[in-house]
Design a protein around this ligand. Structure first.
Ligand SMILES: [Mn+2]
Length: 326
């Protein structure tokens, strides 16, 4: 197995009544994941959780904050699983994805040795209500429970281009309640890696798991979209609803960006505020985000700052594009 070491925070003992949730992140994304965890804990006070975090590195201040979160919510256990830094380097990545999107594959594979079911969540989510209805689903009857994807992946173009059957309903991989016994018995991780080694996919992990489900005709339980409510679809912000349990900040605009002007930024900030990451300020991490930061400064009339971000945008774009084609 590819785990280099584990580190446990919070509750020491294994508790079979705990709900198991997994995340896959790289070091800069740990604060984002921390806010997501905080929202889950805050809105599920009667529930015990074990969070399984698959990552390749973590900054030491963030490790302290994870310990602090466990002290804030004492029934909580957080386990860090450190992966080798070169894991999945060979897999194709498009756009601004990082290879942390693949960590859900190793997470499900590894945890299927000890757990029967597992909730995978993207870090760009916040939980707004109790998760009972979701957690109590009889996931052993299915392969996965997830929400149908409202974006382009469900159009005939995407389905025809990437080998899906016409009638297949593509689900979003941001939230997946997984039947791990089935995952283990049918060697799903190996199937996914095999699919991704054969050609390049625009949504690599998500295309692969949907292809596994489609080609094998595995039973998918489609959930109401309140369990994975999209923030933006094709660049258009979606109206928020009262019944939303999990809000998913889909799209390139994220509520932790300083330049995000969505009304939902306030809601997001309110969870960051009660988390150990209260003081976290997100720094743009790729050239696209440097450009957006420049635009936000320009709109606020901060010309010097704007110039600085545009300059670093141009510089980084050249370097990042060169690296990509190397
Ligand atoms: Mn996401």
């Amino acid at each position: 197995m590819k785990i280099e070491r584990q580190k446990i925070f919070g509750r020491e003992v294994n508790d079979p009544s705990a709900v198991n949730i997994t995340f896959g992140v790289d070091a800069p994304f740990v604060p984002i994941m921390g806010v997501c965890m905080t929202s889950i804990l805050k809105n599920n006070p009667a529930q015990k959780f074990t969070f399984h975090v698959f990552l390749d590195a973590i900054d030491s201040p963030d490790e302290k904050k994870i310990a602090k979160l466990c002290a804030q919510f004492p029934a909580t256990q957080i386990i860090l699983y450190f992966l080798p830094p070169d894991l999945y380097n060979e897999l194709y990545l498009e756009g601004d994805y990082t290879k942390a999107i693949f960590y859900r594959i190793v997470a499900a594979d590894f945890l299927s040795q000890s757990l029967k079911k597992l909730l995978y969540m993207d870090s760009d989510m916040i939980c707004l209500k109790p998760l009972d209805e979701l957690i109590n689903l009889p996931v052993e009857k299915f392969f996965v429970a997830a929400v149908a994807d409202p974006g382009i992946v469900n159009t005939p173009i995407h389905k025809n281009n990437f080998g899906f059957s016409n009638e297949y309903l593509y689900f979003n991989s941001g939230l997946m309640y997984l039947n791990l016994e089935r995952w283990r018995d049918e060697k799903v991780s190996a199937q996914m890696l095999n699919i991704m080694s054969l050609r390049e996919y625009p949504f690599p992990d998500q295309d692969a798991i949907n292809l596994v489900a489609d080609l094998n005709d595995y039973p998918v339980k489609y959930l109401p979209d309140k369990f994975n409510h999209f923030f933006r679809i094709n660049g258009v912000e979606q109206p928020m609803r009262d019944d939303v349990v999990i809000q998913h900040f889909t799209g390139q605009l994220k509520p932790w960006f300083q330049w995000c002007e969505s009304p939902l930024k306030k809601l997001y900030d309110s969870y960051q505020e009660i988390s150990p990451w209260r003081d976290f300020v997100y720094q743009p991490r790729n050239y696209q985000e440097h450009r957006l930061m420049g635009r936000a400064c320009r709109q606020k009339g901060e010309w010097l700052e704007a110039l600085k971000w545009y300059w670093s945008y141009l510089k980084r774009r050249r370097i990042e594009k060169k690296n990509k084609h190397a």
